[in-house]
Design a protein around this ligand. Structure first.
Ligand SMILES: N[C@@H](CCC(=O)N[C@@H](CS)C(=O)NCC(=O)O)C(=O)O
Length: 219
């Protein structure tokens, strides 16, 4: 079975790459860059109408949206136990985490645009970056108390809620000092120790956009 992942290193498509590795599936990876126009070709727009990654070719179709891909993989490959099916006691928490990942994700996207992708840094708004970094910290805060009680996003253990949500923690590090969230850092250590996570990182590739480790907001 051929699986093709349309991918940008260190981006949301890592969610899918890692979930596939948790399932023992290694896709063919086609790598794009956000700034070089490769996501706006007619060929790619047929796969992903807004020109976004990830897009996954699997089972004779192309799926876009990381959350939809994640739910599809869990539903069609239940043997890995990474989803929480309808009727499962954790179903609602699972769906909440799946979508909350994009509540955090859109804040990160706004900050990425302001700090990394604006061609002219003079166009950056100090007000917007300050507000969005605060809102991002606020979106991460509930997980600090959650990880005081449990090792992973769901009480019963590791699931695709982790492969979806973790990207937000990785990417948030550029804008929020995670040292103020020690339980989230301990969670990330648990995630980093997973063999499938390590394998996915090997396949991910180096970021092909110019990101700094941390962006300090002027007060
Ligand atoms: N909700 C979508 C968002 C996808 C998305 O915006 N991906 C970013 C990379 S993290 C992208 O493709 N950006 C390219 C662009 O904005 O032109 C998902 O979760 O798949």
């Amino acid at each position: 079975m051929s699986i093709v992942l349309h991918h940008v290193p260190a981006s949301r498509s890592f969610r899918v790459l890692w979930l596939l590795q948790e399932m023992g599936l290694t896709p063919e990876i086609r790598t794009y860059a956000i700034q070089d126009g490769s996501l706006r070709t007619p060929d790619f727009l047929e796969k992903s109408p807004a020109g976004r990654i990830p897009a996954l070719e699997i089972d004779g179709q192309v799926i876009h949206e990381s959350g939809a891909i994640t739910e599809y993989l869990c539903e069609t490959r239940p043997q890995y136990g990474l989803g929480r099916e309808v009727g499962h006691p954790e179903r609602v928490e699972f769906l909440e985490a799946m979508h909350y990942a994009e509540t955090a994700g859109h804040l990160i996207a706004n900050l990425n645009l302001q700090w990394i992708f604006l061609r002219d840094p003079a166009q950056r708004s100090d007000t917007v970056v300050k507000i969005e970094a605060r809102r991002l910290a606020g979106a991460l805060a509930p997980f600090e108390s959650r990880f005081a009680k449990q090792d992973f996003i769901l009480p019963s253990g590791f699931s695709a809620a982790d492969t979806m949500m973790s990207f937000s923690f990785f990417a948030a590090r550029r804008y929020v000092r995670l040292e103020t969230f020690p339980n989230i850092l301990a969670y990330l250590d648990r995630v980093h120790a997973r063999p499938a996570y390590k394998a996915a990182r090997e396949l991910d590739g180096s970021p092909n956009f110019p990101a700094e480790d941390f962006y300090e907001v002027r007060s």
